[in-house]
Write a protein that binds this ligand. Structure first.
Ligand SMILES: Cc1ncc(C[n+]2csc(CCOP(=O)(O)OP(=O)(O)O)c2C)c(N)n1
Ligand SMILES: [Mg+2]
Length: 378
């Protein structure tokens, strides 16, 4: 069944068995679908632009690209309520500003970080959540319901389990999406934390971004089975598999996991099969070109999430062929893509964040010793 063109009409005409087969995407409106498409461009542009800024000498530190993995972030975040929690890791930088960003990216009251905060973080400036202690994902916010990201792979899953335990005790109905690479599933804490969540039926959804590599280690040396979703079997919880390049498939599977969790049935795993566009970080690009077979790279790049979403929207009649051909960012590396490959509102939004970051001062030197020990905890 295709995405419904009009969910109200679809509801009226469907038989009971069709309703039973209805997928979460079938309830998305045309406006929802076009917003999802815009968010894919936004996530891609964030990545492209940062790589360009670093090449121009404007940025320091390592970039961990989410290029080509955007459908996982956009498709999973779109079904959340503002009261839900997320726990991103190094490859999920756009999640910080895409959370609760539906339609109204600039709303100061939304429960997610602003593009200004995220850009100031990347530029390592004083007006950032991390106050220049790092330039990347080591940030979080209790009020915005983002669990503080750490570099300890899978280390946020137990924190998410604790937060969801507390939420249930307080009568809440929140769920938490934790994001993890497939490599992190070999960590002991991954198993301890999901086991705990399963026993206590906590609404923790573990998204596995299976981009086929953990730094230079291929999946065959990480797990003896093909599908990382099978990790779920040992905990007695559902393990869903999504095509991580297809934003609507990610949405469907994550929504199933969310409904399962909200109904009080506990955690699940959603494996999203994807492909890492570059090296582990930009420091690894040259080495990755040697350890990854070229044909694998070409196969991965051929399935660009922006192109796949565009095709779906044309088939639905939500985009005309002319509209669809307007912004062609897909298949282009950061070096090849230009601003003309992106909708102007996306470029404008990121410019606001970057201008804010560039104007923000560096923190004062004496801040270096603050917030480290309790006595400095001002
Ligand atoms: C507990 C732990 N061990 C090792 C590392 C070093 N490390 C950082 S990222 C990474 C690879 C992660 O691979 P994966 O989980 O597949 O995520 P991806 O980078 O592919 O998105 C490693 C080994 C770490 N940060 N934490
Ligand atoms: Mg990986």
């Amino acid at each position: 069944m295709p995405l419904s063109r009009n969910s109200a009409t679809a509801e009226k005409t469907e038989t009971a068995s069709e309703t039973a087969n209805q997928r979460p995407r079938d309830l998305l409106t045309k406006e929802d679908c076009l917003e999802i498409f815009r968010q894919l461009y936004l996530a891609r542009y964030f990545d492209v632009r940062l790589i360009k800024e670093k090449k121009r000498g404007q940025l320091r530190g390592t970039l961990y690209s989410s290029h080509n993995q955007e459908a996982i972030l956009v498709g999973s975040l779109f079904g959340l309520k503002p009261t839900d929690w997320i726990s991103p890791i190094h490859r999920d930088m756009p999640a910080f500003f895409l959370k609760d960003a539906k339609f109204d990216w600039r709303n100061p009251d939304r429960v997610g970080m602003s593009i200004q905060e995220v850009c100031a973080q990347v530029w390592g400036k004083a007006d950032s959540p991390g106050r220049a202690r790092d330039n990347w994902s080591h940030i979080g916010s209790k009020s915005k319901r983002i669990i503080h990201s750490t570099s300890m792979l899978a280390g946020t899953i137990p924190v998410a389990a604790g937060a969801m335990y507390a939420d249930r005790l307080n009568g809440g109905d929140a769920v938490c999406l934790t994001y993890n690479g497939e490599g992190s599933t070999a960590q002991g804490i991954f198993h301890e934390a999901i086991n705990y969540a399963a026993v206590h039926k906590l609404p923790v959804i573990t998204i596995i971004e299976n981009n086929q590599w953990a730094y230079g280690t291929p999946t065959t040396l990480e797990y003896s089975q093909e599908d990382f979703a099978r990790r779920a079997d040992g905990f007695g919880i559902p393990g869903y598999i999504a095509d991580g390049q297809d934003v609507f498939d990610v949405y469907d599977k994550v929504m199933q996991a969310i409904e399962h969790a909200r109904a009080g049935n506990g955690p699940s795993i959603v494996e999203c099969k994807t492909f890492r566009a570059y090296g582990h970080g930009d420091h690894d690009d040259d080495r990755a070109a040697k350890y990854r077979p070229q044909e694998e790279v070409e196969r991965g790049r051929a399935r660009d999430p922006i192109a796949m979403c565009r095709r779906a929207l044309v088939e639905l009649g939500y985009l005309s062929e002319a509209e669809a051909g307007q912004y062609l960012a897909e298949g282009k590396s950061a070096g090849e893509a230009t601003n003309e490959d992106f909708p102007p509102e996306v470029v404008e939004y990121l410019n606001e964040g970057i201008q804010f970051a560039m104007k923000s001062p560096l923190p004062a030197a004496e801040e270096g010793a603050m917030w480290v020990f309790k006595e400095n905890n001002l």
